[in-house]
Ligand binder design. Structure first.
Ligand code: UT7
Length: 324
C-alpha cells in the first residue's frame, strides 16, 4: 500500500572504538596536526578493529535507529545499505544486516554512490515508500574506508575514517503526513570525472580490492560548484529559498568545503552541522552521523526544514529536503 509521505521515524549512528588522532597520523606519514586541521578541519578519525566489518558498524547504527524510532527489527520491510566498502563483493552487505537483525521478510540491497550514497538512498527509499513497494525502510550509510586507503599516501590517508549512520523511514498518510517528511530529492552524476576520485581495483578489472586515488584540489572545486547548484535546484523545485532552511546536514569531507558552499548559498554558517573534526570523511556514513548528532543534541527540532547534501566519487551528488 502506498503512503502519501515518507517521514524520518528514527536516527542512530555508530563509530568504532579506536580513535586515531592527527598526531598518530604524523607517526605514519609526513604530515602534521596543523596541516590537517588548517586544510580540512579534521582532528581525529575512528578506525574499525581487525575483523570488524562494514556490516558490524551498520548493524550497530541500525539498532540505535530502530530503538530511537520505537520500532522492532521485524517492522522493517526493506533494508538499504549505502556503501562503497561492502563486506564482500557479493552478497550485498544489506542482506547480512537484514538477517543478523532477525528480519525474515521484505528485501535488502546495497546502494553504491560512494559519498553520496546516503542521499541517493534517501531519494530511492522515499520513492519506494510512496510507490508502495515498502512501508518501513531501514536506510544505513556504513563504511570501512580504512580498508581501501593507501596508508603511504599522505594526500588521502589523513582524510578518511570508518563509521555508520542510519535512519528508519516510514510511510504516513493523512493530515499529519502533510506537515512533515521528505519534500524532495535531486540526484546527479557525471562519469567523465572518474579519474579525479576512484579506487584502482575491482573484481572485473583487476580481481583486487584496490586503493582510493584522489586529485583533491580538483574534487574540492567541483564539490563547491556542484553542491551549491543542486541545493539551489532542489529548493527552487519545491518553492523554497535558502533563507527557509533551518539546518544543512552536509557530507563531511572538508570544513572548507562546508564553509565555501554555505557562503555561495548565502546560508548562515551557524546553520551548518559540522562533525568532520570528530570522524573525518566517512563517505556514505557522514550525513547520517551528522544528522544523528544534531537530532540527539536537540538542534534539529520538529518542524525544522533540514537540507541533506553530498558529493563524491563518480562523480555523484545529491540534495534532499525534509521537514522534521
Ligand atoms: O568525499 C569525497 C569528496 N572529497 C573531497 O571533498 C576532498 C576534496 N579536497 C580536499 O579536501 C582538499 O583538496 C585536500 C584536503 C585533499 C587538500 O587540500 P589543498 O588545500 O587542496 O592542498 P593541496 O592538495 O593543494 O596541497 C598543498 C600542499 C602540497 O604541497 P606543495 O606541492 O604545495 O609543496 C601537498 O603535497 O600540501 C601538501 N600535502 C600535505 N602536507 C602535509 C598534501 N597532503 C598533506 C598532508 N600533510 N597530509
Amino acid at each position: 500500500m502506498s503512503a502519501s509521505r515518507t517521514i524520518v521515524a528514527g536516527v542512530g549512528s555508530y563509530l568504532p572504538a579506536r580513535i586515531v588522532t592527527n598526531a598518530d597520523m604524523a607517526k605514519i606519514v609526513d604530515t602534521s596536526d596543523d596541516w590537517i586541521v588548517e586544510r580540512t578541519g579534521i582532528r581525529q578519525r575512528h578506525i574499525a578493529a581487525e575483523g570488524e566489518c562494514t556490516s558490524d558498524l551498520a548493524i550497530a547504527a541500525g539498532e540505535r535507529a530502530l530503538a530511537n524510532a520505537g520500532m522492532a527489527a521485524d517492522d522493517i520491510d526493506m533494508v538499504i545499505v549505502a556503501t562503497a566498502t561492502p563486506d564482500e563483493t557479493f552478497p550485498a552487505t544489506a542482506v547480512t544486516v537484514q538477517s543478523r537483525l532477525g528480519i525474515t521478510h521484505g528485501g535488502a540491497f546495497d546502494l553504491q554512490a560512494v559519498c553520496s550514497g546516503f542521499v541517493y538512498g534517501f531519494g530511492v527509499a522515499d520513492n519506494l515508500i510512496r510507490g508502495g513497494l515498502a512501508r518501513n525502510i531501514l536506510l544505513i550509510g556504513a563504511e570501512t574506508f580504512s580498508r581501501i586507503l593507501d596508508w603511504e599516501d599522505r594526500t588521502t590517508c589523513v582524510l578518511f575514517g570508518d563509521g555508520a549512520g542510519a535512519v528508519v523511514l516510514k510511510g504516513e498518510d493523512g493530515k499529519a503526513a502533510e506537515q512533515r517528511g521528505i519534500i524532495g530529492t535531486r540526484l546527479r552524476s557525471d562519469g567523465s570525472k572518474h579519474d579525479l576520485l576512484y579506487v584502482d581495483g575491482g573484481p572485473s578489472k583487476t580481481q583486487t580490492v584496490g586503493k582510493l586515488r584522489m586529485q583533491g584540489k580538483e574534487v574540492f572545486r567541483y564539490a563547491v560548484t556542484n553542491l551549491s547548484e543542486i541545493v539551489k535546484e532542489v529548493l527552487e523545485e519545491n518553492g523554497l529559498e535558502s533563507s527557509d532552511v533551518d539546518w544543512i546536514v552536509p557530507h563531511q569531507a572538508n570544513r572548507r568545503i562546508l564553509d565555501a558552499t554555505a557562503r555561495k548559498l548565502a546560508i548562515d554558517p551557524d546553520k551548518v552541522v559540522v562533525t568532520v573534526q570528530d570522524h573525518g570523511n566517512t563517505s556514505a556514513a557522514s550525513v547520517p552521523l551528522a544528522l544523528d548528532q544534531a537530532v540527539s543534541d536537540g538542534r534539529i527540532k520538529p518542524g525544522d526544514l533540514v537540507l541533506l547534501e553530498a558529493m563524491g566519487g563518480g562523480f555523484t551528488w545529491g540534495a534532499s529536503l525534509v521537514r522534521w
